[in-house]
Design a protein around this ligand. Structure first.
Ligand code: SAM
Length: 249
């Protein structure tokens, strides 16, 4: 069979595309793209003339079958998304899972991804991080999830859209407190790349004060709970166990 290549494309700066990405995209028989018009512009800029087909959240199940057939017939196929790495809050899971199930070759062509770009420059601990994708759109569900995550020791990473960024930061202040350290990366690799960092309430103020503060694309990163806070639950269990033991005959 052919190989299914999962190819990362730029998240803003066209020069971030790898030489291997261009070679693979030129060499395959077919490129499955989230939005063929959007990716058409990228491929044109790169001088890639390979045929494209659409694979997005709404047709992935149907479209995957045809792509798997192509692969089984021996054709190489590349998957790209609108920006960054496919499958990272982007379509492709159904296709990759089924390709692996059928014993087909799946090979990554790594490159830009907003999570990694944001984390490596944020100045927050990166030894452990939890990527949580997009937060729920509804305020109640969002607050409940943030509250649930507030004792996590790992750095938390979210994607957020411009029309919800201010609400989300308000909810972080409410669920995790005004002093929790927050870093927001806006427009990574683009002309107006900006990092907002500090205690949550100050970051909220900085976003409010910046006329561009709710425009563009955002990665939200939250410092994990301090060890004492994360362990507070266990310390309480320890204390109660010791108390109970002293009461045992
Ligand atoms: N697959 C992509 C990746 O690997 O980064 C992510 C796709 S997801 C549908 C789009 C979200 O990624 C945006 O809403 C934003 O949160 C984040 N994002 C993408 N490009 C970005 C950029 N240049 N700066 C900041 N965030 C970005």
């Amino acid at each position: 069979g052919g190989t299914l290549y999962i190819v990362a494309t730029p998240i803003g700066n066209l020069d971030d595309v790898s030489a291997r990405a261009v070679a693979v995209l030129s060499g395959v028989s077919l490129i499955a793209a989230e939005d063929t018009r959007h990716s058409g512009r990228l491929l044109q800029a790169l001088g890639v003339e390979t045929r494209m087909t659409a694979l997005h959240d709404h047709n992935e199940r149907d479209r995957a079958d045809g792509l798997l057939q192509k692969l089984e017939q021996g054709h190489d196929v590349a998957l790209i998304s609108d920006a960054g790495t496919p499958l990272i809050s982007d379509p492709g899971f159904v296709l990759v899972r089924e390709a692996r199930r059928r014993g087909l070759k799946v090979s990554p062509v790594p490159g830009p991804s907003a999570i990694i770009a944001a984390l490596c420059a944020a100045g927050l601990p990166t030894d452990r991080f939890a990527f949580e994708g997009f937060l729920p759109a509804k305020k109640g569900a969002r607050l409940a999830l943030l509250d649930h995550l507030s004792t996590q020791a790992a750095t938390l990473v979210f994607y957020e859209s411009p029309h919800r960024i201010l609400d989300t930061v308000e909810d972080i202040v409410q669920a995790m407190g005004s002093t929790r350290e927050l870093v927001i990366a806006r427009e990574l690799t683009k002309t107006f790349e900006t990092f907002y960092a500090g205690p949550a309430s100050e970051v909220l103020q900085a976003l409010h004060d910046d006329p561009h503060g709710s425009r563009g694309e955002f990665v939200v990163m939250i410092h994990g709970a301090e060890k004492e806070a994360a362990d507070a639950g266990m310390e309480e269990v320890d204390r109660l166990l010791k108390l109970l033991l002293t009461e045992l005959p």
